[in-house]
Design a protein around this ligand. Sequence first.
Ligand SMILES: CC(C)(COP(=O)(O)OP(=O)(O)OC[C@H]1O[C@@H](n2cnc3c(N)ncnc32)[C@H](O)[C@@H]1OP(=O)(O)O)[C@@H](O)C(=O)NCCC(=O)NCCS
Length: 151
Amino acid sequence: MSSSLYLAKVTPENVDAARRLRVRPDQERFVDPVVISLAEAYAYGEIAWPRVICDGEQMVGFVMAGFDPAHAVEPYRSYLWRLNIAADRQKRGYGSFAVAAVCAEARRRGERRLWVSWVPGDGGPEPFYTRLGFRVTGEVVDGEIVAEREL
Ligand SMILES: CC(C)(COP(=O)(O)OP(=O)(O)OC[C@H]1O[C@@H](n2cnc3c(N)ncnc32)[C@H](O)[C@@H]1OP(=O)(O)O)[C@@H](O)C(=O)NCCC(=O)NCCS
């Protein structure tokens, strides 16, 4: 994996490139587009942690976490909210890098676990997350499978 990988805040300079990021058409049922995440990031203010994923000069994806430590429902305290790797940049380790970066941010905030949920189905992200150590909790919320990972 490249050593020039980093996450960056969404800024006036990169927001156009961020909103143009697209997953493969057959993957669109598994993740909301970046514009939706940016609207949610605005609405959720301090809770949302949106970042673009960059490899050198190139933007390769978008990731958003949510941190709401006082939330009554445990999975909403520390969770991976969105992950979109550009269609032509997948399977190069960028998604794994983004998950590791979100785990590091969660640990930095004193969290012990990270939750995620996904839409089940062929071509979906389930094998990706289970490979990264997320364990299915048995809960299903809004049709999405809930999983957690110890940090
Ligand atoms: C799922 C997604 C984030 C993975 O990102 P990525 O950059 O391609 O993942 P990586 O390159 O880090 O892959 C890590 C490993 O998981 C595997 N993997 C990735 N996507 C997979 C999939 N859909 N099915 C099976 N394995 C997959 C890779 O082959 C790789 O295995 P390896 O380490 O043995 O080579 C990306 O495919 C994507 O954006 N999908 C569409 C949107 C989506 O589903 N987002 C998640 C919403 S919850």
